[in-house]
Design a protein around this ligand. Structure first.
Ligand code: NAD
Ligand code: MG
Length: 387
């Protein structure tokens, strides 16, 4: 173990963000030390990661997958835990300084929660935690003096730009959106979208769920809600601008009209690195902007008629309460149905809208109530698909 290095747990280490986080560790072996890795599937990759990074613990969160897997390759000095509760144990472990939450969906909530309760520094990729329970999570962070550093590239950019001024002088945040693969599609074209098309993003390489979310623009809706809680903004302080080049990762407008942006070529390794190095900046392998070439940056307003998800994002950010948990779960289930060929692309967002409008809204729910509504919304989607 390196003395003075930051001890890191990566929840969801076999995913897109998880693998990028390990790339960052690979670049800074003196400064970062992996203590724990967790994965739900792709267990062979988890074993290979354990061989390379020699963590103290690995967690296989899906007991069935763990049971069916031959673990001989796992180095004997690495301790194996099985089951979702073990994610919470490693997230809260006393030897862990920073927890990278890179599990996809509301399944990531319990690990993030345990890290918050243990007062850890959290490099937050799992935006769904804040969408489902942003108000409760931020209060928990304050109570336990946990620090949340955003990994989501837009929020990481906002976080960086905000450091240039005083919080009370922030007037507006403008989240940029690439617009996804269907930015120029007509409503008719959108109805014919097949899974493979939705999984091919023009500027980012990501896991399947967030890639579909980017195509429907539900990802930006989730990010509006994430920004509302993370930065304590009023919902009307958050705007979205389409920026197809994905170079300006977001902008902050201050009260005097100055707008500050953070720019870099699109690569998740940079926001992950900043969350792991903060408040330091480390000279790493991130690709640099090349100003010897023509760089064109464009911004345009989003078309909320073709992408009605954005309206949901603004509404849910304003309503708070149970609405985030419901829309998030409905979206997760709808995306899963689309990926398995049971739902049309253009039905994902209307499904979320209907379930959101029909739920029993509570402005001040407990975590237990939110989890019950999460399950309810998923069942509603299943009922829709089956009828
Ligand atoms: P992914 O699908 O590539 O990886 C998900 C990881 O979570 C895997 O390690 C998987 O084993 C684990 N996992 C899946 N289901 C689980 C469950 N039920 N319980 C425990 N672990 C489970 O996802 P991703 O694209 O890396 O995204 C991870 C999170 O980061 C998401 O919340 C996403 O919104 C956010 N994010 C991702 C990107 C990106 O570039 N991929 C960018 C910004 C934010
Ligand atoms: Mg993002």
């Amino acid at each position: 173990m390196n003395h003075g290095a930051r001890n890191v747990a990566i929840l969801g280490s076999t995913g897109s963000v998880g693998c990028s986080a390990l790339d960052v560790v690979r670049s800074f072996p003196e400064s970062l030390n992996v203590v724990a890795l967790t994965a739900h599937g792709r267990l062979q990759e988890l074993v290979e990661q354990a061989q390379e990074f020699a963590p103290r613990f690995v967690v296989a969160s899906d007991p069935k997958a763990a049971q069916n897997f031959a673990w001989q390759g796992l180095p004997p000095e690495v301790e194996l835990f099985v089951g979702p509760e073990s994610i919470e144990c490693v997230a809260a472990h006393q030897d862990v300084d920073v927890v990278v939450t890179a599990i996809v969906g509301s399944a990531g909530l319990r690990g993030t929660w345990a890290a918050l309760e243990a007062g850890k520094t959290i490099a937050l990729a799992n935006k769904e935690t804040l969408v489902v329970a942003g108000s409760l999570a931020m209060a928990l962070a304050e109570r336990h003096r946990a620090t949340i550093l955003p990994v989501d590239s837009e929020h990481n950019a906002v976080f960086q730009a905000m450091e240039a001024g005083r919080r009370e002088d922030v007037q507006r945040v403008i989240l940029t959106a690439s617009g996804g693969p269907f930015l120029r599609h007509s409503l008719t074209d959108l109805q014919e979208i097949q899974v493979a098309e939705a999984l091919s993003h023009p500027t980012w390489s990501m896991g399947p769920k967030i890639t579909v979310d980017s195509a429907t623009m539900m990802n930006k809706a989730l990010e509006i809600i994430e920004a509302r809680w993370l930065f304590g903004l009023q919902p009307n302080q958050i705007d979205v601008a389409i920026h197809p080049q994905s170079i300006v990762h977001s902008l902050v407008e201050f009260s005097d009209g100055s707008v500050l942006a953070q720019m870099s070529p699109p690569d998740m390794k940079l926001p992950i690195q900043y969350a792991l190095s903060y408040p330091e900046r480390w000279d790493g392998p991130a690709r640099r902007m090349d100003f010897s070439e023509l760089i064109e940056l464009s911004f345009e307003p989003p078309d909320e008629e073709r992408f009605p998800a954005l309206q949901i994002g603004h509404e849910v950010a304003a309503a708070g309460g149970t609405s985030g948990a419901v829309v998030n779960a409905a979206n997760e289930a709808a995306v899963a149905s689309f990926l398995s060929g049971q739902m049309r692309f253009t039905d994902i967002v209307p499904t979320c809208r209907t379930i959101l409008n029909h739920h029993d809204f509570d402005p001040d729910p407990t975590l237990e109530e939110l989890l019950i509504l999460d399950a309810w919304a998923r069942e509603e989607v299943t009922r829709w698909v089956c009828t």
